[in-house]
Design a binder for this molecule. Sequence first.
Ligand code: S3P
Length: 174
Amino acid sequence: MPMHKNKNIVLVGFMGVGKGTIARALIKKNKKIGLDTDDLIESMENRKIKAIFEEDGENYFRKLEQKMAKWLEKSVKNCVISTGGGFYKVTNLSKIGTVVYLKSSFEGILKRLKEHENAEVKLAKRPLLSDLEKAKKLFDEREKAYESKADIIIDVEDKKIKVIINELTKILKN
Ligand code: S3P
């Protein structure tokens, strides 16, 4: 899979799948700079994602994601970009970089979140994870879309970070 001309790696996938953790490992290994779309949006708005959802609603947040996507396409090169779980919907995703979908089952994601030492914090900061039945529905709706938008699909379930990074690095080299 040849790298995108911008040389960015864009990690997409469902909430809690490990986009941030995998991004940090990739950054370390490849000596790249890392950016996270949720973090960028929080600094742009000077408030937390949770507050944006509560005060202005999800549609407003999606507009911010689209704005961020345009900026990333125009201005960012050679970075590892981790994204929010709904970022894959932006219209210019393929123009930002090589899109990597981190794939896991819903059960695998819940297991990962529950085992995390900060489990409560991780759940509390994600408004769309507060109702697990709804979250599962969202997961089912999105699964195929993530796959169709990805240049590369990596199955991350029950795998050590090191194995995931090696797998991805191999694919990117070919
Ligand atoms: C969302 C995922 C969140 C965050 C927002 C909406 C989603 O990011 O962008 O709460 O629509 O799936 P994470 O995937 O980092 O939790």
